[in-house]
Design a protein around this ligand. Structure first.
Ligand SMILES: Cc1cc2nc3c(=O)[nH]c(=O)nc-3n(C[C@H](O)[C@H](O)[C@H](O)COP(=O)(O)OP(=O)(O)OC[C@H]3O[C@@H](n4cnc5c(N)ncnc54)[C@H](O)[C@@H]3O)c2cc1C
Length: 451
């Protein structure tokens, strides 16, 4: 007790303690600081950005996990404008393909679909009808208990599922593919239905998303406090409504808390009432392994390639340099990735160099990339990479407000139908508004908001 008092002695009483320095947490901090609230952000990583952190090289940085923006990502575009870096957002053509039967099929526009040999003409017509009809579904809850396979087989055909949708779902959800909710699929088709007849255009930040992370950091560093390399181990609230947040070395006190972390960690660090505990216990999360490689030559002509060949050891291959190219990049930058649904997944248990060896074999066999063509590689793992959108997911996604007054839970566990930087920025703003209302009028104190 005495030791705890020591640790809090020099700490102010914060208005809001924000757990996690990813985009949800940074956006919450941004908006609370606008309201002159005194905030602290805590994260175990050495640098900001969460899943949008980058590998740093002498002359460039590249995201550890591939990232781009969608046309509808207006919260991100607005944040970039506010930070004075709106001019860095570029919209670029992004081509897609699909590897099946050892062949690459481009899938960008109606002509590509017409030429797609794995669907009959009748199935192509069914596919077009299905995409046209998704906007007519008023209530996603009605199809949330159906799997994508059941719904597409019912409304279209088994071949449309097998030859068109299954590879996409396998590349995103691996072994969980058969369990994925039709509501997610419909949400995703709507989310991505803004492409023109010429194909899709996606957004990227000149110099990489690290520019956005850095701009947020510069904006916030004199407005709120950051405690990095500190993992929150415990959150409690006393009868007077004051939260105590403990890391291994510090104790923080605040009037409200915004968490942006996974359900698994939330269960470990907070004593929840039964109903919330059960809800969090049943929220399935996925993991991801992502290898970035610098290559001496171009590998294929597309940006994004879903892999339907079961012999290939990765589920998705992106050639980033076919989308965005920086003069300092190597000739080609590739991402190879696999999603895992549990710690027991075979690939998750493999050592990093074993994974890279397996990926190299497939690169060699299917994309003619030899070991000597590989300049360098980096491997990143994320333990909490997003929700697995199983059947019934809509009933399980929790609200941002909890039964504990002043505690808000946001981030990946609330992102539907797509996790995204944009959704995190939006959620951070919403949670800041909730916390601000809960906190009431700002006390008159000239140092407020300045950490
Ligand atoms: C492979 C991959 C590709 C993606 N591609 C895109 C894309 O193209 N476009 C797009 O918009 N989005 C993409 N996303 C999604 C996007 O990265 C996320 O939606 C967004 O970054 C989530 O931000 P967040 O703050 O909610 O969560 P996170 O970034 O996960 O941040 C949570 C933070 O909490 C911290 N934390 C965890 N435990 C504790 C603890 N005990 N104490 C303190 N802090 C803790 C973590 O270290 C982390 O920094 C992708 C994600 C992945 C995995």
């Amino acid at each position: 007790m005495q030791q705890e008092q020591q640790k809090t002695k020099n700490q102010p009483l914060y208005d809001t303690i924000i757990i996690g320095a990813g985009f949800s947490g940074l956006s919450a901090a941004y908006h609370l600081c606008e309201q002159r609230r005194r905030c602290v952000v805590i994260d175990p990583n050495p640098s900001l950005g969460g899943l949008v952190a980058s590998h740093k090289f002498d002359t460039f940085s590249i995201e550890k996990f591939y990232h781009h923006l969608q046309r509808r990502d207006d919260h991100t575009a607005e944040m970039m404008q506010r930070l004075g870096i709106g001019h860095l957002l570029k919209w670029l053509p992004a081509s897609n393909a699909y590897l099946a039967d050892n062949r690459l099929y481009p899938l960008n526009n109606p002509l590509d679909i017409l030429c797609f040999q794995l669907l009959s003409l009748k199935d192509k017509w069914r596919l077009a009808q299905l995409v046209r009809n998704v906007d007519k579904i008023d209530n996603l809850n009605e199809i949330d208990d159906l799997s994508v396979e059941e719904w597409i087989t019912k409304t279209s055909s088994a071949d449309v599922y097998r030859n068109f949708f299954a590879p996409l779902i396998h590349s995103k959800f691996g072994k969980e593919a058969a369990n994925i909710s039709a509501a997610w699929m419909v949400g995703r088709i709507r989310f991505r239905s803004h492409r023109s007849l010429r194909g899709e255009t996606l957004g990227y930040v000149v110099g990489g998303f690290q520019q956005l992370v850095d701009a947020l950091h510069s904006h916030l560093q004199n407005r709120c406090q950051f405690f990095m390399q500190q993992r929150v181990l415990r959150i409690s609230r006393n009868k007077a409504g004051i939260f105590t947040v403990q890391t291994g070395t510090q104790v923080f006190q605040g009037r409200s808390v915004i968490t942006t972390i996974s359900p698994k960690t939330l269960l470990e660090i907070i004593d929840w009432p039964d109903e919330e505990r059960q809800r969090l216990q049943h929220l399935p999360f996925q993991k991801v392994i992502c290898v970035t490689l610098g290559i001496r030559h171009k590998v294929h002509p597309y940006y994004w390639c879903n892999i339907a060949n079961p012999e290939v050891s990765f589920a998705v291959l992106l050639e980033h340099t076919n989308f965005y190219r920086d003069p300092h990049y190597p000739p080609a930058l590739l991402y190879l990735a696999n999603y895992c649904s549990s710690e027991q997944d075979f690939i998750w248990q493999m050592q990093d160099d074993e994974i890279v060896e397996a990926y190299k074999l497939s690169l060699n066999r299917f994309f003619a990339v030899k070991d000597a063509d590989i300049l360098w590689w980096k491997l990143a793992r994320a333990d909490a990479a997003g929700l697995i959108y199983r059947r019934g997911i809509l009933k399980q996604i929790p609200a941002a407000t909890t039964s504990i007054a002043g505690l808000y839970t946001i981030g990946l566990m609330r992102s539907f139908p797509e996790r995204s930087i944009n959704d995190s920025i939006k959620q951070g703003h919403e949670a800041a508004t909730l916390a601000n209302t809960y906190l009431g009028p700002v006390a008159v104190d000239s140092n407020r908001g300045l950490g």
